[in-house]
Design a protein around this ligand. Structure first.
Ligand code: HEC
Ligand code: HEC
Length: 217
């Protein structure tokens, strides 16, 4: 019930606040030249497993992430540098460009895929973990109107790292040097993904990340 309420609140906030500048994919293509060094051509082939694919990601979600890196709400030294000089128009154009590129699926690890599929589609009732598909869609396509990201085909290592970073965000007993992702918040309450990831074990994270890597949309 709590999740449903969050969902409605978030969707309402998005509808009531359509402040996005219109993105131009063609202009975005030129602006994306330096990004290809890490995210690959068209954002479809990152140079490392812990770097995200951007191809086929939702436009509004992409813009939000770039804004969050620039403001420091999402902490990452590499991307803070990349976003520092981007204007709102640049972000909109880059978002439109990557959203227009075809998403690439990856490979699920057969060892994890069955457990991952169960968690993704059904959650874990014993633990109060909601199904990922409720927000990210049955095929991992996301709901960009609500800024729920496209996940299908994303690099498993990247997904695993992000889930651990959301989980770490709600804890202060992990010492320094632990990466925390807090940019899912709106105000002081823990964000949706912090709440979700807090309920996940390491092996559940590994399983669902592997399943997501093998999804295609
Ligand atoms: C030097 C390597 C590098 C370059 C160049 C780079 N990125 Fe990134 N990017 C990364 C890494 C690493 C991450 C993951 C950071 C994290 O964990 O938060 C990332 C994450 C992102 C994300 C978040 C994706 C998601 O699914 O949440 C977006 C959006 C993004 N980059 C866009 C860009 C754009 C646009 C450019 C060019 C202007 C760019 N990046 C250039 C390395 C790079
Ligand atoms: C109540 C809705 C909701 C549910 C349920 C949910 N998510 Fe999310 N998820 C979000 C939102 C919203 C974001 C974007 C947060 C932000 O703005 O950075 C997100 C972001 C993510 C990201 C980061 C994507 C990226 O490109 O960096 C991953 C990975 C993810 N979710 C995985 C999952 C998994 C796995 C589950 C199921 C165990 C799940 N989510 C359940 C709403 C949800």
């Amino acid at each position: 019930m709590k999740f449903f309420k969050l969902f409605v609140l978030m969707a309402a906030a998005v509808v009531a606040n359509p402040t996005l500048a219109a993105g131009d994919a063609e202009a975005g293509e030129a602006k994306a030249a330096p990004c290809a060094a890490c995210h690959g051509p068209g954002g479809s082939k990152p140079i490392a497993g812990n770097y995200p694919k951007l191809a086929g990601q939702g436009e509004a979600y992409l813009v939000k992430q770039l804004q969050d890196y620039k403001s420091g709400k999402r902490e990452n030294a590499i991307m803070a540098g990349q976003a520092a000089n981007l204007s709102e128009q640049d972000m909109a154009d880059l978002g439109a460009y990557y959203a227009s590129q075809e998403a690439q699926s990856g490979q699920a690890d057969p060892e994890w895929v069955e457990q991952g599929a169960k968690l993704y589609r059904g959650g874990d009732a014993a633990n109060g973990l909601p199904a990922c598909s409720g927000c990210h869609g049955p095929a991992g396509q996301g709901i960009d109107g609500a800024k729920y990201p496209h996940l299908a085909g994303q690099n498993a290592q990247y997904v695993e790292d992000q889930l651990k970073a959301f989980r770490a965000a709600g804890r202060n007993d992990l010492g320094d040097n632990v990466i925390k992702r807090t940019n899912d918040t709106d105000g002081d309450a823990p964000g949706m993904m912090q709440t979700v990831a807090a309920k996940m074990s390491d092996s559940q994270i590994k399983a669902v990340a592997s399943y997501i890597a093998g999804l295609s949309k």
